[in-house]
Design a protein around this ligand. Structure first.
Ligand code: TXD
Length: 310
Protein backbone atom coordinates (compact mmCIF):
# COMPACT_ATOMS: atom_id res chain seq x y z
CA UNK A 1 0.00 0.00 0.00
CA UNK A 2 1.42 3.42 -0.91
CA UNK A 3 1.32 5.75 2.12
CA UNK A 4 -0.01 9.22 1.21
CA UNK A 5 2.60 11.95 1.42
CA UNK A 6 2.32 14.81 3.91
CA UNK A 7 2.81 18.31 2.54
CA UNK A 8 3.44 21.04 5.13
CA UNK A 9 2.80 24.60 3.94
CA UNK A 10 4.30 27.13 6.30
CA UNK A 11 2.62 30.44 5.66
CA UNK A 12 -1.04 30.57 4.62
CA UNK A 13 -0.96 33.89 2.81
CA UNK A 14 -1.31 34.59 -0.87
CA UNK A 15 1.21 32.01 -2.00
CA UNK A 16 0.54 29.56 0.83
CA UNK A 17 -3.18 29.45 0.10
CA UNK A 18 -2.48 28.96 -3.61
CA UNK A 19 -0.01 26.17 -2.78
CA UNK A 20 -2.70 24.45 -0.74
CA UNK A 21 -5.14 24.68 -3.63
CA UNK A 22 -2.63 23.37 -6.18
CA UNK A 23 -1.36 20.60 -3.89
CA UNK A 24 -4.96 19.47 -3.48
CA UNK A 25 -5.91 19.72 -7.14
CA UNK A 26 -2.79 17.76 -8.14
CA UNK A 27 -3.43 15.30 -5.29
CA UNK A 28 0.16 15.58 -4.04
CA UNK A 29 -0.78 14.22 -0.64
CA UNK A 30 -2.41 15.33 2.60
CA UNK A 31 -1.88 19.01 3.34
CA UNK A 32 -1.21 20.86 6.60
CA UNK A 33 -1.46 24.63 6.26
CA UNK A 34 0.21 26.60 9.06
CA UNK A 35 0.20 30.29 9.90
CA UNK A 36 0.48 32.47 12.97
CA UNK A 37 -2.69 34.39 12.14
CA UNK A 38 -5.56 32.69 13.93
CA UNK A 39 -8.27 31.48 11.61
CA UNK A 40 -6.39 32.16 8.38
CA UNK A 41 -5.05 28.64 7.73
CA UNK A 42 -8.19 27.07 9.16
CA UNK A 43 -10.49 29.10 6.94
CA UNK A 44 -8.50 28.47 3.76
CA UNK A 45 -8.18 24.76 4.56
CA UNK A 46 -11.91 24.45 5.10
CA UNK A 47 -12.67 26.25 1.85
CA UNK A 48 -10.34 23.89 -0.07
CA UNK A 49 -11.82 20.87 1.72
CA UNK A 50 -15.22 21.95 0.39
CA UNK A 51 -13.74 22.07 -3.12
CA UNK A 52 -12.50 18.44 -3.05
CA UNK A 53 -15.84 16.77 -3.83
CA UNK A 54 -16.35 19.04 -6.83
CA UNK A 55 -13.38 17.38 -8.46
CA UNK A 56 -13.76 14.01 -6.76
CA UNK A 57 -10.51 14.41 -4.85
CA UNK A 58 -9.85 12.49 -1.60
CA UNK A 59 -7.01 14.49 -0.04
CA UNK A 60 -7.16 15.72 3.54
CA UNK A 61 -6.28 19.31 4.40
CA UNK A 62 -6.09 20.92 7.80
CA UNK A 63 -5.30 24.45 8.90
CA UNK A 64 -3.44 25.08 12.12
CA UNK A 65 -1.67 27.66 14.27
CA UNK A 66 0.43 24.93 15.89
CA UNK A 67 3.68 24.32 14.00
CA UNK A 68 4.01 20.91 15.68
CA UNK A 69 1.16 19.75 13.41
CA UNK A 70 3.66 19.53 10.53
CA UNK A 71 5.18 16.51 12.28
CA UNK A 72 6.33 13.86 9.83
CA UNK A 73 5.99 16.05 6.74
CA UNK A 74 7.67 14.76 3.58
CA UNK A 75 7.87 18.22 2.03
CA UNK A 76 7.84 21.63 3.70
CA UNK A 77 7.17 24.67 1.53
CA UNK A 78 7.94 27.94 3.33
CA UNK A 79 6.29 31.24 2.43
CA UNK A 80 6.16 32.77 5.92
CA UNK A 81 7.38 36.33 5.73
CA UNK A 82 6.43 39.73 4.42
CA UNK A 83 6.08 40.43 0.71
CA UNK A 84 7.32 43.58 -0.97
CA UNK A 85 5.31 46.79 -1.29
CA UNK A 86 5.82 49.21 -4.21
CA UNK A 87 9.23 50.82 -4.09
CA UNK A 88 10.77 48.06 -1.95
CA UNK A 89 13.57 45.78 -3.08
CA UNK A 90 13.58 42.13 -2.07
CA UNK A 91 16.62 42.89 0.12
CA UNK A 92 14.55 45.43 2.10
CA UNK A 93 12.77 42.42 3.60
CA UNK A 94 15.89 40.73 4.88
CA UNK A 95 15.92 41.62 8.57
CA UNK A 96 12.21 41.04 9.20
CA UNK A 97 12.01 37.85 7.18
CA UNK A 98 15.27 36.47 8.59
CA UNK A 99 13.71 36.52 12.06
CA UNK A 100 10.63 34.72 10.75
CA UNK A 101 12.72 32.11 8.94
CA UNK A 102 14.73 31.50 12.12
CA UNK A 103 11.51 30.85 14.08
CA UNK A 104 10.06 28.60 11.41
CA UNK A 105 13.36 26.82 10.85
CA UNK A 106 13.49 25.71 14.49
CA UNK A 107 9.99 24.29 14.14
CA UNK A 108 10.89 22.40 10.98
CA UNK A 109 14.05 21.03 12.61
CA UNK A 110 12.03 19.79 15.61
CA UNK A 111 9.11 18.35 13.67
CA UNK A 112 10.08 17.46 10.11
CA UNK A 113 13.46 15.75 10.12
CA UNK A 114 14.04 14.18 6.71
CA UNK A 115 11.70 16.54 4.86
CA UNK A 116 12.64 18.23 1.59
CA UNK A 117 12.39 21.96 2.35
CA UNK A 118 11.49 24.40 -0.40
CA UNK A 119 11.89 28.04 0.60
CA UNK A 120 9.98 30.79 -1.20
CA UNK A 121 10.33 33.70 1.24
CA UNK A 122 12.35 36.68 0.00
CA UNK A 123 15.14 37.63 -0.28
CA UNK A 124 15.07 34.10 -1.60
CA UNK A 125 18.67 32.96 -1.88
CA UNK A 126 19.68 34.25 1.53
CA UNK A 127 16.50 33.02 3.26
CA UNK A 128 17.19 29.57 1.83
CA UNK A 129 20.75 29.66 3.13
CA UNK A 130 19.46 30.74 6.54
CA UNK A 131 16.87 27.96 6.53
CA UNK A 132 19.58 25.37 5.91
CA UNK A 133 21.72 26.87 8.68
CA UNK A 134 18.88 26.89 11.23
CA UNK A 135 17.54 23.42 10.43
CA UNK A 136 20.98 21.86 9.98
CA UNK A 137 19.43 19.69 7.27
CA UNK A 138 21.81 18.42 4.55
CA UNK A 139 22.33 20.99 1.82
CA UNK A 140 20.68 18.71 -0.74
CA UNK A 141 17.43 18.75 1.26
CA UNK A 142 17.02 22.53 1.37
CA UNK A 143 16.39 24.44 -1.87
CA UNK A 144 14.89 27.77 -2.87
CA UNK A 145 12.23 28.40 -5.47
CA UNK A 146 12.97 31.24 -7.86
CA UNK A 147 14.64 29.93 -11.01
CA UNK A 148 11.56 27.98 -12.09
CA UNK A 149 9.49 31.17 -11.79
CA UNK A 150 12.04 33.45 -13.47
CA UNK A 151 12.51 30.92 -16.27
CA UNK A 152 8.74 30.62 -16.74
CA UNK A 153 8.53 34.40 -17.04
CA UNK A 154 11.30 34.34 -19.71
CA UNK A 155 9.47 31.55 -21.58
CA UNK A 156 6.13 33.35 -21.35
CA UNK A 157 7.46 36.63 -22.76
CA UNK A 158 9.37 34.86 -25.56
CA UNK A 159 6.35 32.71 -26.50
CA UNK A 160 4.15 35.81 -26.54
CA UNK A 161 6.64 37.66 -28.78
CA UNK A 162 7.10 34.71 -31.14
CA UNK A 163 3.43 33.70 -31.10
CA UNK A 164 4.42 30.09 -30.38
CA UNK A 165 3.41 27.55 -27.74
CA UNK A 166 5.14 28.00 -24.42
CA UNK A 167 6.14 24.34 -24.70
CA UNK A 168 8.20 25.23 -27.79
CA UNK A 169 10.35 27.66 -25.81
CA UNK A 170 13.22 26.23 -23.79
CA UNK A 171 14.92 28.69 -21.47
CA UNK A 172 16.81 29.02 -18.23
CA UNK A 173 17.43 31.83 -15.76
CA UNK A 174 20.24 31.39 -13.22
CA UNK A 175 21.76 33.41 -10.40
CA UNK A 176 20.14 35.20 -7.50
CA UNK A 177 16.43 36.03 -7.46
CA UNK A 178 17.05 39.71 -7.86
CA UNK A 179 17.75 42.44 -10.41
CA UNK A 180 21.05 40.67 -11.24
CA UNK A 181 19.42 37.38 -12.25
CA UNK A 182 20.91 35.85 -15.41
CA UNK A 183 18.67 34.87 -18.33
CA UNK A 184 20.99 32.45 -20.14
CA UNK A 185 20.39 33.48 -23.76
CA UNK A 186 22.90 30.97 -25.12
CA UNK A 187 20.78 28.10 -23.71
CA UNK A 188 17.44 29.50 -24.76
CA UNK A 189 15.70 28.35 -27.92
CA UNK A 190 12.41 28.25 -29.79
CA UNK A 191 11.67 24.96 -31.50
CA UNK A 192 15.28 24.00 -30.94
CA UNK A 193 16.57 27.07 -32.78
CA UNK A 194 18.88 29.24 -30.63
CA UNK A 195 16.89 32.32 -29.65
CA UNK A 196 19.61 34.68 -30.90
CA UNK A 197 18.87 33.37 -34.41
CA UNK A 198 15.15 34.03 -33.98
CA UNK A 199 14.94 37.48 -32.38
CA UNK A 200 17.14 40.58 -32.75
CA UNK A 201 19.45 41.56 -29.88
CA UNK A 202 17.46 44.68 -29.01
CA UNK A 203 14.26 42.67 -28.60
CA UNK A 204 16.00 40.03 -26.49
CA UNK A 205 17.60 42.74 -24.33
CA UNK A 206 14.15 44.25 -23.73
CA UNK A 207 12.55 40.90 -22.90
CA UNK A 208 15.34 39.95 -20.49
CA UNK A 209 15.06 43.35 -18.81
CA UNK A 210 11.36 42.68 -18.33
CA UNK A 211 12.11 39.25 -16.86
CA UNK A 212 14.42 40.83 -14.27
CA UNK A 213 11.72 43.36 -13.41
CA UNK A 214 8.71 41.05 -13.67
CA UNK A 215 8.24 40.69 -9.93
CA UNK A 216 8.37 44.43 -9.43
CA UNK A 217 5.96 44.95 -12.34
CA UNK A 218 3.35 42.87 -10.50
CA UNK A 219 4.05 44.55 -7.14
CA UNK A 220 3.49 47.95 -8.78
CA UNK A 221 0.19 46.77 -10.29
CA UNK A 222 -1.15 44.99 -7.19
CA UNK A 223 0.16 47.64 -4.75
CA UNK A 224 -0.67 45.43 -1.72
CA UNK A 225 1.56 42.43 -2.37
CA UNK A 226 3.50 40.43 -4.92
CA UNK A 227 3.02 37.59 -7.37
CA UNK A 228 1.48 34.45 -5.94
CA UNK A 229 -0.10 32.21 -8.60
CA UNK A 230 3.14 31.67 -10.57
CA UNK A 231 5.41 31.31 -7.52
CA UNK A 232 3.08 28.69 -6.08
CA UNK A 233 2.95 26.75 -9.36
CA UNK A 234 6.74 26.88 -9.59
CA UNK A 235 7.21 25.44 -6.09
CA UNK A 236 4.72 22.67 -6.85
CA UNK A 237 6.87 21.67 -9.83
CA UNK A 238 9.88 21.32 -7.52
CA UNK A 239 7.86 19.37 -4.95
CA UNK A 240 6.55 16.98 -7.62
CA UNK A 241 10.05 16.34 -9.00
CA UNK A 242 11.07 15.32 -5.46
CA UNK A 243 7.95 13.35 -4.50
CA UNK A 244 7.75 11.43 -7.79
CA UNK A 245 11.54 11.12 -8.24
CA UNK A 246 11.18 12.80 -11.63
CA UNK A 247 14.85 13.92 -11.78
CA UNK A 248 13.85 17.07 -13.66
CA UNK A 249 16.65 19.46 -14.57
CA UNK A 250 15.39 22.75 -13.23
CA UNK A 251 16.93 25.98 -11.93
CA UNK A 252 16.75 26.30 -8.14
CA UNK A 253 18.57 28.12 -5.37
CA UNK A 254 21.00 25.52 -4.10
CA UNK A 255 24.17 25.41 -2.02
CA UNK A 256 27.20 26.10 -4.21
CA UNK A 257 30.33 24.15 -3.40
CA UNK A 258 32.57 25.51 -6.15
CA UNK A 259 30.32 24.90 -9.14
CA UNK A 260 30.44 27.77 -11.65
CA UNK A 261 33.23 29.21 -9.51
CA UNK A 262 30.79 29.97 -6.66
CA UNK A 263 31.32 28.63 -3.15
CA UNK A 264 29.59 28.90 0.20
CA UNK A 265 26.29 30.56 -0.73
CA UNK A 266 22.92 29.53 -2.10
CA UNK A 267 22.39 30.63 -5.70
CA UNK A 268 20.16 29.68 -8.62
CA UNK A 269 21.80 26.93 -10.67
CA UNK A 270 20.50 24.17 -12.95
CA UNK A 271 20.05 21.04 -10.81
CA UNK A 272 18.51 17.58 -10.92
CA UNK A 273 15.75 17.23 -8.32
CA UNK A 274 14.62 13.71 -7.45
CA UNK A 275 13.97 11.50 -4.42
CA UNK A 276 17.41 12.50 -3.11
CA UNK A 277 16.42 16.15 -3.11
CA UNK A 278 18.98 18.24 -5.00
CA UNK A 279 20.80 15.30 -6.53
CA UNK A 280 23.28 17.07 -8.81
CA UNK A 281 24.32 20.49 -10.01
CA UNK A 282 24.38 20.46 -13.82
CA UNK A 283 27.35 22.43 -15.13
CA UNK A 284 26.70 24.05 -18.51
CA UNK A 285 29.22 26.04 -20.55
CA UNK A 286 28.38 29.75 -20.17
CA UNK A 287 29.83 32.41 -22.44
CA UNK A 288 32.09 35.06 -20.92
CA UNK A 289 29.25 37.58 -20.51
CA UNK A 290 27.06 35.02 -18.75
CA UNK A 291 29.93 33.94 -16.48
CA UNK A 292 30.54 37.56 -15.47
CA UNK A 293 26.83 38.15 -14.90
CA UNK A 294 26.59 35.05 -12.70
CA UNK A 295 29.54 36.19 -10.60
CA UNK A 296 27.93 39.62 -10.24
CA UNK A 297 24.71 37.99 -9.12
CA UNK A 298 26.59 35.82 -6.64
CA UNK A 299 28.30 38.92 -5.23
CA UNK A 300 24.91 40.61 -4.79
CA UNK A 301 23.60 37.60 -2.86
CA UNK A 302 26.79 37.33 -0.79
CA UNK A 303 26.48 40.98 0.24
CA UNK A 304 23.19 40.21 2.01
CA UNK A 305 24.21 36.96 3.72
CA UNK A 306 25.84 38.64 6.71
CA UNK A 307 22.89 41.02 7.23
CA UNK A 308 20.60 37.99 7.52
CA UNK A 309 23.00 36.17 9.80
CA UNK A 310 23.00 33.29 7.36
O1 TXD B 1 10.06 33.68 -6.45
C1 TXD B 1 10.02 33.90 -5.22
N1 TXD B 1 10.71 33.16 -4.35
C2 TXD B 1 9.15 35.06 -4.71
C3 TXD B 1 8.91 34.94 -3.23
C4 TXD B 1 7.93 35.25 -5.48
C5 TXD B 1 6.92 35.99 -4.93
C6 TXD B 1 6.81 36.31 -3.48
N2 TXD B 1 8.00 36.00 -2.74
C7 TXD B 1 7.99 36.07 -1.29
O2 TXD B 1 7.19 35.03 -0.70
C8 TXD B 1 7.43 37.33 -0.72
O3 TXD B 1 8.33 38.41 -0.89
C9 TXD B 1 7.24 36.92 0.72
O4 TXD B 1 8.47 37.02 1.38
C10 TXD B 1 6.83 35.45 0.62
C11 TXD B 1 5.37 35.21 0.82
O5 TXD B 1 4.65 35.98 -0.08
P1 TXD B 1 3.04 36.06 0.08
O6 TXD B 1 2.53 36.89 -1.05
O7 TXD B 1 2.47 34.71 0.32
O8 TXD B 1 2.91 36.91 1.43
P2 TXD B 1 1.64 36.99 2.42
O9 TXD B 1 0.38 36.84 1.65
O10 TXD B 1 1.88 38.18 3.28
O11 TXD B 1 1.80 35.67 3.30
C12 TXD B 1 2.85 35.53 4.21
C13 TXD B 1 2.27 34.80 5.41
C14 TXD B 1 1.23 35.63 6.18
O12 TXD B 1 -0.01 34.95 6.18
C15 TXD B 1 1.81 35.77 7.57
O13 TXD B 1 0.84 35.69 8.62
C16 TXD B 1 2.71 34.57 7.61
O14 TXD B 1 3.32 34.54 6.34
N3 TXD B 1 3.71 34.65 8.66
C17 TXD B 1 4.11 33.58 9.33
N4 TXD B 1 3.73 32.30 9.19
C18 TXD B 1 4.34 31.45 10.04
N5 TXD B 1 5.25 31.80 10.99
C19 TXD B 1 5.62 33.09 11.13
N6 TXD B 1 6.52 33.46 12.09
C20 TXD B 1 5.03 34.05 10.28
N7 TXD B 1 5.16 35.40 10.14
C21 TXD B 1 4.34 35.74 9.13
Amino acid sequence: MVKRKKIALIGAGQIGGTLALLAGLRNLGDVVLFDIVEGLPQGKALDIQHLAPVFGLDFSITGTNNLADIRGADVCIVTSGLPRKPGMSRDDLVKTNAEIIRQVGVGIKENAQGAFVIVITNPLDVMTQLMQKVTGFPHNMVAGMAGVLDTARYQAFLAQELKVSVSSVSATVLGGHGDDMVPVRSYTSSGGVPIAQVLPKEKLDAIEKRVRGAGGEIVALLKTGSAFYSPAASAIQMAESYLYDRKKVIPAAVFCNGEYGVKGIYLGLPVIIGAGGVEKVVEIELNDGEKAALQKSADAVRSVVSIAGA
